[in-house]
Each structure stands twice: as structure tokens, then as C-alpha cells.
Design a protein around this ligand. Structure first.
Ligand SMILES: [Ca+2]
Ligand SMILES: [Ca+2]
Ligand SMILES: [Ca+2]
Length: 393
């Protein structure tokens, strides 16, 4: 208070001397431009408008323009949203403009996806926030099941159907299947440094006559992914005959779907003494290469014979039938009735364990020594859709 009056007096004197409004300087601050982020449910039909707000920090006496452009993330145009590239103009005094991005709605389950609305090339303003994040949140529980692909008959001459699971129910038939739960510890990572935790039903669905195994990116019990592994141990096992497994497999770096068998004595004799027959294994980064392998005990170690077949197109594009044709001292695997591999005792440098009863295993592993880890290109969730398993003898 002591100094206020003299200061005010001096300012008034000064203003009077200038003869203008020199106390209220006409300097205008250049505005900054910011964009917000939007997270919205996708919607189930037509399109859903993601209305971004683009805002100036302060009104300007000049026109302000800025270019707005969409950029693909895990969501991409035009299948997930309509791309946009335009320049918007704030009239003098205008502070806020809404820009709508049209997101394509559907009724099928998928991962949450993202895109960006980018700001660039400002005129009469500077950019404070260049990127508006758009998060398309999944709002569906139904899977998109496309039935196309190879099929096999219900019967073969000279053989009988001795067992089948057509997966046409809405729950897992526990007379046939067990969940292998966990991360495989104490032999953690199931002996392959795999990255998934297998759940007891959280990653398994039934729809449209299919059983659907799901590999998700989510943290559980110290692992970064969850998935499903089913076995028929102590429930269904077979020796010889023909097995048909119709499935649509997943793909992507680090995704490792498999349909395979272990000898019934696995719980007592252990691996590899029990023997292992891999009918189908695919490394998701090479989705048109199918591996069939036998593993067995040789001396004090494990040995294997690995064979493969390269197909004309990705095995993940549609359903295929993976088959085992198995007789005494002879194993043949096939995809769509085309031979992948043949094995016999001459290839086994030890006692041949494959003339005994074996049980089934199916799973989607994530990561591990063989496929390597998923990377930024790997889309989650991934699904293996199983139409049927049939055993003929
Ligand atoms: Ca939807
Ligand atoms: Ca959807
Ligand atoms: Ca089925």
C-alpha cells in the first residue's frame, strides 16, 4: 500500500503523455492448438462418429488453419475407419472445432484397436498437441466364423468311426478333455521358454459348431499372455487308424498353434521316453509352412525327426484338415489329404515307441525358443477354431 499510489500516479502521468491506450498493450499472443483423445465403443451397425475436439488456447483476431489427417494404428482405413485429410479453419474469435472420424461398426469380437488424428501445418498458431489418440473399444462377444476350407468325409471304406468330438456343444466335453493349466512350472515355459499362462476355460469359446481357443495379450501370474491347452490324457487315447482334425489356425510372429500326441505312459515314463507325434505345428510368422515331427528317447537324451511342407497359401486363411494315418511301424501325416511326412522305425535311432496308445493335445503357445517372441506386428487376440476331431479304425 505504501508504494501503490505513487506507482499508479506515474503510470497515469505516463499514459497521458503518450495520448493513447498504452497501458493495455495491443500485443496478441499467438494461440496454440491442441487435440483431445477419444475412446469409444465401436458400435454394432453402420458407423460410429469419433468426435475429436480441436481447440485454440486463446481466440485470435486472424483466421487460424491447421491440417488434420488420420493415421493407421492397429486399426486401419478403410476397414476400421474412413480416412480423412483436410484443412480446417478457425474464423477470427473461434476457439473450438469438432472433427468427426467415422469408425466402421460390426458385431464381431476383435481386439481393442487404435488410430490417430494428427495435426500439422498450422497457420497463425503453433501446435501444442499434435496427436489425438482414437481407441476403438471392442463391444462384441460373437466370433466371425467363415466356414470355407477343406472338409473330409464322415466315413472311409473299411474303417469305422470309433470316436469323434464335433465341438457342436456350448461347453467343453470333460469326458474327452482336460485343461492343462498354468505356466508349466517347475519345468516353466513347458520346456520351451514359452510366454503364455494356460487358463481353465477363460480362453475357450464355443460358437457356430466350433471350439475356439484364444491367445490373448494380458498379464496373468507373471506371464504376459494367456491361452488354452487341452489334453485327452487318461480320457481318450488310440493306437493306429486315421485321425482327422479340422481347424483354422492363427498366425503372426511368435504364435505357435499345435495339434499333437503323446504316449499314454507319459505320466509315468515322462518325455521323451513316451514318444511324441506332432501332426500339426506352425510358426505363425511362416503360416504357409507346416511341420510334422516325431520325438523319442535316444540314449540319455531326446531325438527327433522333423519334416515340413510348404503350402500355396497361408494355412490361417481358412479351415484345413490335418490328418494322421497310422499303422504298425508306419506314421503318415497329411494336410487336406496331401502328405506332409512319413515316419517308420528305420528313422528312429532307438527303440520305436509309436506302436502304443497315444492321447491328443491341442494348444496355442506364445513365444518360446522355436518361434521367438511376438513383436509389434503380432495382432492379438489370436484364435484357433476347431471344427472336429474324428478317429477311424
Ligand atoms: Ca461392435
Ligand atoms: Ca467388432
Ligand atoms: Ca463342428
Amino acid at each position: 500500500m505504501k508504494y501503490f499510489l505513487p506507482v499508479l500516479f506515474l503510470m497515469m502521468v505516463s499514459c497521458k503523455k503518450g495520448g493513447t491506450d498504452c497501458c493495455l498493450p495491443p500485443v496478441e499472443t499467438t494461440p496454440t492448438i491442441a487435440i483431445d483423445a477419444i475412446g469409444l465403443a465401436e458400435g454394432n451397425s453402420g458407423t460410429t462418429a469419433f468426435n475429436f475436439t480441436i481447440q485454440l488456447s486463446n481466440a485470435s483476431s486472424k483466421s487460424v488453419t491447421v491440417r488434420v489427417t488420420t493415421k493407421n494404428g492397429t486399426a486401419s482405413a478403410p476397414s476400421d475407419f474412413t480416412s480423412l485429410d483436410k484443412t480446417i479453419t478457425f474464423a477470427p474469435g473461434e476457439k473450438s472445432i469438432k472433427v468427426a472420424v467415422s469408425v466402421v461398426a460390426d458385431e464381431f469380437k476383435e481386439a481393442d484397436e487404435d488410430f490417430q488424428l494428427m495435426l500439422s501445418e498450422p497457420v497463425n498458431a503453433t501446435i501444442l498437441t499434435a496427436v489425438g489418440a482414437g481407441s476403438i473399444i471392442n463391444d462384441d462377444t460373437k466370433f466371425e466364423v467363415n466356414e470355407t476350407g477343406y472338409t473330409t468325409p464322415n466315413s472311409y471304406p473299411g474303417m469305422n468311426l470309433v470316436w469323434a468330438d464335433e465341438f457342436n456343444s456350448t461347453t467343453l466335453n470333460t469326458e474327452n478333455w482336460n485343461y492343462d493349466v498354468g505356466d508349466g512350472c517347475p519345468n516353466c515355459g513347458w520346456g520351451n521358454n514359452e510366454l503364455q499362462f494356460y487358463t481353465a476355460g477363460d480362453n475357450l469359446y464355443f460358437q457356430s459348431g466350433k471350439m475356439i481357443l484364444e491367445a490373448r495379450k494380458e498379464n496373468k501370474n507373471g506371464k504376459s499372455y494367456t491361452s488354452t491347452r487341452l489334453t485327452s490324457v487318461n480320457k481318450r487315447s488310440f493306437k493306429f487308424g486315421r485321425v482327422d482334425f479340422r481347424a483354422k489356425i492363427p498366425s503372426g510372429q511368435g504364435i505357435w498353434p499345435a495339434f499333437w500326441m503323446l504316449g499314454d505312459n507319459f505320466p509315468t515314463a515322462g518325455w521323451p521316453a513316451c514318444g511324441e507325434i506332432d501332426i500339426l505345428e506352425v510358426l505363425g510368422q511362416q503360416p504357409s509352412k507346416i511341420y510334422s515331427t516325431i520325438h523319442f528317447k535316444s540314449g540319455n537324451t531326446s531325438a527327433r525327426v522333423e519334416k515340413s511342407l510348404v503350402t500355396a497359401s497361408s494355412l490361417a486363411d481358412e479351415f484345413h484338415v490335418y490328418s494322421l494315418v497310422w499303422e504298425k511301424d508306419k506314421i503318415k501325416t497329411m494336410v487336406d489329404d496331401k502328405t506332409i511326412a512319413e515316419f517308420d522305425p528305420s528313422q528312429v535311432s532307438a527303440s520305436y515307441p509309436f506302436n502304443e496308445k497315444f492321447f491328443f493335445i491341442m494348444n496355442i503357445a506364445v513365444g518360446g525358443n522355436w518361434p521367438g517372441s511376438p513383436n509389434a506386428t503380432t495382432y492379438f487376440p489370436q484364435f484357433m477354431m476347431v471344427d472336429y476331431i474324428r478317429v477311424f479304425q
